[in-house]
Design a protein around this ligand. Structure first.
Ligand code: KIV
Ligand code: ZN
Length: 499
């Protein structure tokens, strides 16, 4: 069995996809979850792209100790300097430099000749190497590059000291046999390639990212770049959960292993979807609600007789909890803490105190508290800590013959601020009242949704709003057994981010 490295780019390629931006606290929480998941490398961001990115890459580099933390950089001194500054305090820092090698990118984007590209790679990889020993070089759009030129470019990167060579299928153009052939060709034609890590970074435009990554492993790659739930530019990157479970389930066909703890897959994907305020598509492999559901009679009959009839992996192996245990009003702190530990969450004493208080408040409103409810409380914990505005109280009036109105009171720096507003419905009225209180900047509500966490009329609702101001989009989230309250919390959460 050959050990494969998993390089996770959810916080970089994933986060740069439309609708997937995360704030500082969300990025930090996800980085720590990725560390617990057991990935080898976390690409924490593109440090030069904004002061916010720099700040989060730097903080993640300091907080994460068990895996390598990388920052992306273009092939320029400035980018490399900033990437280095952001990761330099990591236990295992990496600079990831990239330059395109395809004719289209060189001509239209870079406006550089082949020779200029080769020289830049040599100079900039060598420059990054003066800063850190661990340097990854990516030949952007490698799969649409001329093979001979690509081999020259990668040889230059290896000679200049790159310790990982990444071969991206930037536009998701390759098909599996081609990807395998390309890696084999490069193994034979790039001097020194066998002495460094060979990585692939496949996009999913044709739905082939995972297949291409697995084929690359068969051809000799030693690192796969993935993202949780496949987030990434356009159709995304190879989904971490699919690559890892393919390796783990089909050891007989692919003699490779990685150090990801598969039982952390579901909680990590749940965290990602919760941050984005969306749910996994029903049929999403591994983490979708139907991934382990059996509806057809014949299937149910088979599974009852022996799960292996229709299941190639168990829900437990990916951390899907199948227990039907519920907690309630009379459950004590220990029971709640034990249940959380079983679900894979470890909270410090202060966080546990706050969570237990929220659990008690919920148990006054809801009879049976399921694992999903408990998990939602954890995922929404601390969301308004330090936020400028928090919800104090509200009332709303709705009906089909009257104008809808809402009175909302927010807390702000120890003050209580109240406003009344009308709207097309109670939610619109309540949002309008918030706008008045916070003197909201010009913005647009791009998306709003509410989903139930568990079954029953007393279920908690998880609300999500997407607000756009200029070219910035933020996501706000809220949780409550009251639909309007969940929506208001989500709106205030989003507005705090905008402000
Ligand atoms: O898709 C791509 O080519 C990339 C590189 C920057 C690695 O994301
Ligand atoms: Zn990419």
């Amino acid at each position: 069995m050959k050990r494969i490295k998993i390089f996770d780019t959810t916080l970089r390629d994933g986060e740069q996809a439309p609708g997937c931006s995360m704030d500082f606290a969300e990025k930090m929480e996800l980085a720590l979850a990725l560390e617990r998941l057991g990935v080898d490398v976390i690409e924490a961001g593109f440090a030069i792209s904004s002061p916010g990115d720099f700040e989060s890459v730097e903080a993640i580099a300091k907080a994460v100790t068990n895996c390598t933390v990388a920052s992306l950089a273009r092939c320029t001194r400035k980018d490399i300097d900033v990437a280095y500054d952001a990761v330099k305090e990591a236990a295992h820092p990496r600079i990831h430099v990239f330059l395109a090698t395809s004719p289209t990118h060189m001509e239209y984007k870079l406006r550089m000749t082949e020779q200029q590209v080769l020289d830049t790679i040599s100079t900039m990889v060598a420059y990054a190497k003066t800063k850190l020993d661990d340097v990854e070089f990516s030949a952007e759009d490698a799969t649409r590059s001329d093979r001979e030129f690509l081999a020259k470019a990668l040889t230059a990167a290896v000679k200049a000291g790159a310790t990982t060579i990444n071969i991206p299928d930037t536009v998701g153009y390759a098909v599996p046999h081609e990807m395998g052939d390309l890696i084999r060709y490069l193994m034979e034609n790039v001097e020194g390639l066998k002495d460094v890590d060979v990585s692939v970074h496949c996009h999913n435009d044709l739905g082939l990212a995972v297949a291409n990554s697995l084929e690359a492993l068969r051809a000799g790659a030693t690192q796969v770049e993935t993202s949780v739930c496949g987030l990434g530019e356009r159709a995304g990157n190879a989904a971490l959960e699919e690559v890892v479970m393919a390796l783990s389930t089909r050891k007989d066909a692919m003699p490779y292993y990685c150090q990801v703890d598969t039982t952390r897959i579901f909680p990590t994907s749940r965290l990602v979807y919760s941050i984005l305020g969306v749910q996994a598509p029903l049929n999403k492999p591994i983490v979708g609600a139907n991934a382990f559901a059996h509806e057809a009679g014949i299937h149910q009959h088979g599974v009852l007789a022996n799960r292996q009839t229709y299941e190639i992996m168990t829900p437990e192996s990916v951390g899907v909890n199948t227990s039907k245990m519920v907690l309630g009003k009379h459950s004590g702190r220990h029971a709640v803490e034990d249940r959380l530990n079983d679900l894979g969450y470890t909270l410090d004493a202060e966080e546990m105190d706050k969570l237990f208080a929220r659990f008690k408040a919920l148990s006054d409103r809801k009879k049976a508290i399921t694992d999903a409810d408990l998990e939602a409380l954890v995922l929404h914990r601390g969301m308004d800590t330090g936020a400028p505005y928090t919800l104090d109280r509200f009332t709303a009036n709705a009906g089909n013959y009257v104008s809808c109105s809402a009175v909302v009171r927010l807390k702000h720096n120890g003050e209580q601020l109240e406003a009344v507003a009308l709207g097309d419905g109670p939610i619109d009225a309540a949002f309008n009242a918030v706008d008045i209180i916070v003197k909201a900047p010009e913005h647009r509500l791009e998306d709003y949704s509410i989903q139930t966490i568990s079954e029953g009329k007393d279920a908690q609702g998880e609300a999500m709003v997407k607000l756009r101001a200029g070219d910035r989009t933020v996501t706000g989230r809220g949780l409550s057994t009251d639909v309007l309250e969940a929506s208001l919390i989500a709106y205030i959460n989003g507005m705090n981010k905008l402000l």
